[in-house]
Design a binder for this molecule. Structure first.
Ligand code: F6P
Length: 352
């Protein structure tokens, strides 16, 4: 018999064997996220039918209350993880504060941070969306998870991943030991290993950004973009532009094909737009373990000490060579912005 069938469960279990001290808690937590992915994928596929069956906030022809898909995804992830004894607190892009585990359930050794549905404004037009998640080990001493557990540097992540709901549903995750991708077979409801040990390819092909905002960009970001287009610098071959407006879809394409996604600082958003804890850390962790790099334009995203749950940051992510080039342009041309805005890199933890 030739190749083996590797389900996500088998893969996670086999990886766990390399860590004899592992209790299985993290393994089960990842498997719970895979289940959340299947449930959200199933609902996402029905999204277009909401126009026929009833819109969010209304009652459909079956008399069921419709929920917005991002709220649905948010509550599914919470409900699948609030009682398992694996998580001591959660944080979601949809909620201002930490989500506590109900008092009658046990508290585990991890905190789970997530963006339940990234790119959700694209759902109505049938564009790929995704779920992003990051897992930190609890470092505070009490039973409950606290802000200290949430506000950890990305380099301390124990695992991160995402699900993408596109022409097929995929889950991609890393526990710091390679990046692995699984494709959902909707007929049997199982994720199978389809992309083992993903490495971001060289040479890169694409750049992805919202060039509609060029007017508000800093000099450094403009010059960088001209460089990507082969206009600034030694007149290299231009990279091809691809921007979906759904970061997870842009990131996923660039991970598999090579390229850079950036959502930079600009005059309207001097701190950028992407959330450090629910989005940027997870994707920078994945990029790093696939041989790439995530930066805020100044340095490694994974080195930033967060000081607020919903802190935002500029993000440049993809092939290392392209991200480092962005840092060069910013260092050269955006000194004023750096002096005013990037001291956040050094902030001490502040309890919110
Ligand atoms: O997470 C923020 C996000 O929705 C990303 O998925 C996406 O790339 C970006 O914002 C789109 O923002 P804009 O419409 O400003 O380009």
């Amino acid at each position: 018999m030739s190749s083996k069938i590797v389900t996500i469960e088998r893969h996670i279990l086999e990886k766990q064997r390399y860590f004899p001290q592992a209790t299985g808690e993290l393994t089960s937590l990842l498997y719970d996220m895979a289940l959340a992915g299947k449930m959200i994928a199933s609902e996402t596929r029905r999204a277009g039918l909401n126009d026929i069956l009833g819109k969010a906030g209304t009652t459909n022809i079956y008399g069921e209350q419709q929920q917005k898909l991002d709220m649905y995804a948010d509550s599914i992830i919470f409900k699948l993880n609030d009682h398992t004894n694996r998580v001591c607190a959660m944080a979601s892009e949809e909620h201002e504060d930490i989500l506590e585990i109900p008092t009658h359930y046990g508290k585990g050794n991890y905190v789970l941070l997530f963006d339940p549905l990234d790119g959700s404004t694209n759902i109505d037009v049938n564009v790929s969306v995704g779920t992003i998640f990051a897992i930190h080990r609890k470092i505070s001493t009490g039973e409950k998870g606290t802000m200290t557990d949430m506000l950890q540097r990305g380099k301390h992540l124990v695992a991160a991943g995402y699900m993408i709901y596109g022409s097929s549903t995929m889950m991609v995750y890393s526990t710091g030991n390679g990046v692995h991708g699984f494709t959902l077979d909707p007929n049997v409801g199982e994720f199978f290993l389809s992309h083992d040990d993903i490495r971001i390819p060289e040479p890169p092909k694409f750049y992805s950004c919202n060039q509609g905002y060029e007017k508000t960009w800093t000099h450094g970001v403009r010059r960088y973009t001209k460089w990507l287009q082969g206009i600034d610098g030694e007149g290299g071959e231009p990279y091809s532009a691809r921007y979906i407006g759904s970061m997870i879809a842009d990131f996923h394409r660039n991970l598999l094909e090579g390229g850079v996604y950036y959502y930079p600082h600009d005059a309207n958003k001097p701190n950028g737009k992407i959330r450090l804890l629910m989005e940027a850390q997870a994707l920078a962790f994945i990029a790093q373990h696939a041989g790439g790099y995530g930066s805020d334009g100044v340095g490694d995203i994974l080195d930033i000490q967060p000081h607020r749950l919903h802190q935002r940051c500029p993000l440049f992510i993809g092939n290392r060579s392209l991200v480092e080039q962005a840092e060069n342009f910013i260092r050269q041309h955006d000194q004023d912005w750096m002096a005013q805005y990037t001291p956040y890199r050094e902030h001490e933890v502040v309890e919110a």
